[in-house]
Design a protein around this ligand. Structure first.
Ligand code: NAP
Ligand code: ZN
Ligand code: ZN
Length: 348
């Protein structure tokens, strides 16, 4: 079926109307009528080919929330009318060590990215959520709790799971002091989730104007990265730092915020390599780590956690026709705190 979409025709070219041909609904597939698609900074990195090897035309979008409108003959997990979500991948090899262990987001074989990837035939390009419909295997779709609106739930599919997974992995909870760096799409979810897990949260930002929002979103403290005195006072105070910033930050300086055995986890993915002095780590046996999205199983766990705790994203809903302007505003750190596209606007 041919469906309406918006695509970047070439690296850094403005997004424009495009038609995607979706496959027929197979026995294990579901058809989702997409209602909302979040704008992740990764859409911009890829649409502007900052990570290289981009496949164009590119229909971005891996924070998808919609309603199931058709199910294949073998489908058991979804029925027509269910609220469904799609994150960063729509299939994986299912046979490698990591897939078998339930860590399908770290598939060692062929993983199918929701967009800017290729299907299992390793040829057919995939197209993401800036479109009206998607057809996909039911095993890689998620149930969105009915208590969350689809608009506020869409960003959970990437920003939510990307922050939830490392917070869980490093056992963030009561008695832990956590720093979240950057108050954007990922950062605002990191604050909400770390707080709901019981941690004491410090939001670290380069934008003085975000202090009130940081505290409203649940942070206990706000640290302005340019405030030298406040920074000095915060040294050796944190157990865990989650860095969500989309450009490189001076990591040595941030490692100084950690206590003995502290961990700094990188989820922001800037283009350039970063430099770090081993002395910043060796001094107090600190760890510098990374984390990428989360498994399908953990994404469902995160969605259920958000449903129970009433946690959604703070969104600014836009029409698809505003997408190019929205991308520029994301790069300028001018989003409060996630743009979500109302997909109905594709029919305008
Ligand atoms: P975002 O909404 O643009 O947020 C990034 C935040 O970084 C901004 O709000 C800003 O926070 C800070 N920042 C931006 N430019 C800065 C600068 N020049 N100097 C200092 N701070 C700056 O982006 P996002 O969607 O949350 O994504 C963040 C990063 O995570 C991107 O690189 C994205 O590709 C990556 N990502 C990784 C994964 C993964 O699996 N690891 C998944 C999704 C996204 P303040 O104004 O508060 O300083
Ligand atoms: Zn993303
Ligand atoms: Zn695999």
């Amino acid at each position: 079926m041919d469906v309406k979409a918006y695509a970047a025709p070439a690296p850094s070219a403005p997004l424009e109307p495009f038609t995607v041909t979706r496959r027929e609904v197979g026995p294990d597939d579901i058809l989702i009528d997409i209602k909302f698609a979040g704008i992740c900074h990764s859409d911009i990195h890829q649409g502007r080919d900052e990570w290289g090897h981009g496949i164009f035309p590119m229909v971005p979008g891996h924070e998808i929330a919609g309603v199931v409108s058709q199910v294949g003959a073998n489908v058991t997990k979804f029925k027509v009318g269910d609220h469904a979500g799609v994150g960063c991948f729509v299939d994986s090899c299912r046979t490698c060590e990591n897939c078998l262990a339930g860590h399908d987001h770290y598939c060692l074989g062929h993983s199918v990215a929701t967009y800017n990837g290729v299907e299992q035939d390793k040829t057919t390009p995939t197209f993401g959520g800036y479109s009206t419909h998607i057809v996909m295997d039911e095993n890689y779709a998620l149930h969105i709790p009915e208590s969350l609106s689809l608009a506020e739930a869409a960003p959970l599919l990437c920003a939510g799971i990307t922050t939830y997974s490392p917070l869980r992995h490093w056992n963030v909870g009561a008695g832990k002091r956590v720093g979240v760096v950057g108050l954007g799409g990922l950062g605002h979810m990191g604050v909400k989730l770390a707080k709901a897990m019981g941690a004491e949260v410090t939001l670290i930002s380069h934008s003085a104007s975000k202090e009130a929002d940081a505290l409203r979103l649940g942070a206990d403290h706000f640290l302005l990265s340019t405030d030298k005195d406040a920074w000095k006072a915060a040294r050796y105070s944190l157990d865990f730092v989650l860095n969500t910033v989309s450009v490189n930050i001076p990591v040595d300086r941030y490692l100084g915020l950690l206590r003995l055995y502290g961990v700094m986890c990188m989820v922001g993915m800037p283009t350039d390599p970063l430099t770090v002095h081993t002395g910043s780590l060796a001094g107090s046996q600190k760890s510098l780590a990374g984390s990428g999205i989360g498994s399908i199983r953990e994404t469902q766990e995160m969605l259920d956690f958000c449903g129970e705790h009433g946690i959604g994203s703070d969104v600014e809903v836009i029409a698809i026709q505003q997408v190019n302007e929205a991308w520029d505003r994301v790069v300028a750190s001018d989003v409060r705190y996630r743009f979500v596209i109302d997909i109905e606007s594709l029919n305008a």
